[in-house]
Design a protein around this ligand. Structure first.
Ligand code: PLP
Length: 295
């Protein structure tokens, strides 16, 4: 059975981090071991959050424990890690796991923030760059803001995008680069966001456009990365030449994402309307009456 070590956040309420990634991976047939980088009440976007991060000593101990029982993995996926010292411990341990299995596939989602807003400690930026310098990452899935933090320049044009992606391939030997959401490059439509992909030996960038669903979702990036790991891995298993087709994998993932988000949106509206005794109109939120005055 294919096995993965998932290193991400845990929240009691809602779906981000491990709560958004583990169940979908299990549904795709993965045996998932998980390390919780934080144990929070909820996602940081609620305005209030309680709980704690794992401390460095406990994290070191968990890796030692896993090493003592000699577990090995086909893949590792990392997501939300709140500070630089934890990133450093995780990096050292993934290097050892790679030494034991040089086919181990490592997907790094450098979760740091979005749209100009950081939700981890600032020191994480340099620590992620150190991981990249170790050249152990196979797949990276930053959003536009995270890409800019890693390469050190703004990505405003297609030429900036090309430079940024080439930087990740050539300087850090990352085979698969997937920019999970790009907002500044093409402003042709407000109803679309873009996803840019590139493979190291194939000198071209492909861009997917994704219809925007007007709603608020969490954990989208975490689900995206988990499914991408699965699809690329599956691709590798069935491919004689050992070069997974990134474009096919991303297209499969985006199709699943669109279905999942549409269904989540629909069920959310239905449940809200049921609670408030409202009737939905074609699955959309009814416009509520403000007052009884007739103008
Ligand atoms: N808070 C926590 C604890 C997370 O794990 C994550 C993402 O993994 C976020 C916030 C950011 O989530 P989103 O990208 O859905 O805003």
């Amino acid at each position: 059975m294919k096995s993965v070590l998932s290193i991400q956040s845990h929240v009691s309420h809602g779906y981000v981090g491990g709560r958004a990634a583990i169940f979908p991976l299990q549904c795709q047939g993965w045996e998932v071991d998980s390390i919780n980088t934080v144990n929070f009440s909820n996602h940081t976007g609620y305005g209030s959050v309680r709980g704690s991060s794992i401390n460095e000593g406990d994290l070191v101990d968990i890796f030692k424990g896993l090493n003592d029982i000699q577990v090995s993995y086909d893949a590792v996926i990392t997501g939300y890690i709140p500070n630089a010292s934890l990133i450093a411990v995780i990096n050292e341990n993934i290097k050892s796991l790679k030494l034991n299995n040089n086919n181990l596939m490592y997907l790094l989602d450098p979760v740091m923030g979005d749209q100009g807003f950081l939700y981890v400690d600032e020191s994480c930026i340099d620590e992620y760059k150190k991981i990249l310098e170790d050249r152990i990452v196979d797949i990276i899935t930053p959003n536009q803001f995270e890409l800019e933090l890693l390469v050190g320049f703004k990505v405003k044009t297609e030429s900036d995008l090309k430079d940024a992606i080439n930087h990740l391939h050539s300087k850090f030997n990352i085979k698969y680069v997937v920019i999970s959401s790009l907002t500044d490059i093409k402003k042709s439509s407000e109803d679309l966001i873009y996803c840019a992909i590139s493979t190291i030996d194939d000198n071209k960038i492909q861009i997917f456009s994704i219809p925007v669903i007007n709603s608020y979702f969490t954990g989208v990036g975490d689900l995206f990365s988990a499914l991408l790991l699965d699809k690329l891995y599956e691709n590798l298993q069935s491919n004689e030449v050992k070069t997974p087709n990134l474009s096919k994998a991303v297209s499969q993932v985006l199709t699943i994402m669109l279905k999942t988000l549409s269904l989540t949106h629909k069920l959310g509206i239905e449940s809200y309307c049921k609670d408030k005794n409202l009737t939905t109109l074609n699955g959309e939120m009814p416009v509520s009456k403000v007052n009884d005055d007739v103008m």
